[in-house]
Design a protein around this ligand. Structure first.
Ligand code: HEC
Length: 180
């Protein structure tokens, strides 16, 4: 292939890429922003110490609530799609804005799991802390939020009727036996 042809191919490819980049800017996912705090919000149902609220706000709520604080670059595609994906997945697993819609047993479990994820360094996601440096939790912050989450998890569990816990245990054991 002569160099003239090659140059042409490169030029065309670049133009196609550029046009694609421009076009995708117009395809935007809906933003995860709602107004007001609903009655099902965890903060309306349970006492959350001020320092724990601050931690949740900066480290969890962008993906686990109905209100994301969007950084400027979230207006750029394909970044917004990628963010949207995380938010959707995070919310479907745990949504603090709709915590009250969960059954007590589920609430208790999610809080215990949250403490575990933080202790293991799984949450907040490393792709998030890479950019949100203030969401890298210090040892004290980790201790504050995990202690709160575990205590509340226990308190909620104490309100669940024993037969419900028993039935749930059986269901889980059954699922495990079936290898699911
Ligand atoms: C950048 C988005 C993001 C941030 C920030 C984030 N999470 Fe998550 N979280 C996810 C996603 C996505 C999942 C589901 C996939 C997975 O487990 O990795 C998840 C899963 C979880 C789960 C598992 C739920 C279950 O039942 O399996 C818990 C608990 C959790 N997150 C708690 C937290 C807590 C607590 C924080 C703050 C300290 C936090 N997350 C910060 C995105 C996020």
């Amino acid at each position: 292939m002569d160099s003239f042809k090659l140059k042409n191919i490169i030029k065309r490819t670049l133009i196609v890429l550029l046009v694609t980049l421009v076009v995708i800017q117009f395809i935007r996912p809906d933003k995860n922003v709602s107004t007001g705090v609903t009655d099902n919000d965890i903060a309306k149902m349970y006492t959350i110490p001020a320092n724990v609220q601050v931690i949740m706000q900066k480290a969890c709520n962008d993906c686990h609530s109905n209100n994301t604080t969007y950084p400027w670059y979230s207006n750029l595609q394909p970044v917004a799609w990628w963010l949207d994906d995380h938010i959707r997945e995070g919310k479907s697993e745990l949504n603090f804005s709709e915590f009250g819609t969960y059954k007590l047993l589920r609430q208790s479990r999610k809080l215990k799991k949250a403490a575990g994820e933080i202790e293991e360094g799984e949450m907040p996601l490393s792709s998030f802390t890479l950019i949100h440096r203030d969401a890298v939790l210090t040892a004290e912050e980790k201790a504050a939020i995990t202690t709160w989450a575990k205590t509340l998890s226990q308190e909620i569990l104490a309100k669940v009727p024993p037969e419900e816990i028993e039935a749930d245990k059986k269901r889980r054991a059954e699922r495990e036996r079936q290898g699911k």
